[in-house]
Design a protein around this ligand. Structure first.
Ligand code: IMP
Ligand code: MG
Length: 184
């Protein structure tokens, strides 16, 4: 890992190494495999762009049942804080009507995005919805929706890397970095 990375005005320091992320993804994939093994029709993995690209890629190669893939882009964050308004930026890249959908998120913070996503996916006619997130901030979460699969729980800090960005930069790092104290 780099000792620190600089994105615009902010400095980030090492937080979660790639090896730890992989171990957590192995464990969550095992749970999903157990739940979906022998399912009668292939569920759809719904990758929420852009942040979930890396997680979806790592997760889906560990899944051993038939499944489809669709993507959807939503946005709510500006800089290091949620704007509170979640908007759909693109349509679905695949059909989810009547399908069992597993929403794949990079991170669940306040829960506003996932709440809106569940509404969007329901309105699109999904048969059932499960939620899988790579990272979950339990102390920031304000909603009642059950998170079916969370690979890792983390504190309420702003992080980048492994798909997560600060104003669109930082997604390409394979390890996760946290905002340095004096950068806040
Ligand atoms: P929520 O709506 O507050 O749950 O925020 C979820 C969305 O905000 C995620 O899909 C991310 O795009 C973004 N987000 C939340 N926390 C972080 C973070 O620590 N770093 C980068 N993006 C984040
Ligand atoms: Mg983002």
């Amino acid at each position: 890992m780099k000792p620190e990375i600089k994105l615009y005005d902010k400095t980030f320091v090492p937080s979660i190494p790639y090896a730890s992320l992989c171990a957590a993804i192995d464990a969550v994939a095992d749970k999903i495999n157990t739940d979906f093994c022998g399912c009668s029709k292939p569920p759809v993995l719904l990758c929420i762009l852009n942040g979930s690209i890396m997680f979806t890629a790592e997760l889906m190669k560990r899944l051993n049942f038939l499944c489809e893939l669709a993507c959807l882009k939503v946005a709510s964050y500006e800089g290091t804080h949620s704007t509170g308004k979640v908007h759909q930026v693109t349509g679905f890249t695949g059909n989810i009507k009547g399908k069992d959908v597993i929403i794949i998120e990079d991170i669940i913070d306040s829960g506003r995005t996932i709440e809106s996503l569940v509404d969007i996916v329901k309105n699109e006619g999904a048969n059932s919805i499960r939620i899988c997130t790579m990272l979950f901030k339990p102390s920031a979460y304000k909603k009642d929706i059950r998170i079916d699969y969370a690979a890792m729980n983390i504190p309420d800090d702003f992080i980048v890397g492994f798909g997560l960005d600060y104003n669109d930069l930082g997604r390409n790092y394979k390890d996760i970095y946290v905002l340095k104290e004096e950068s806040k």
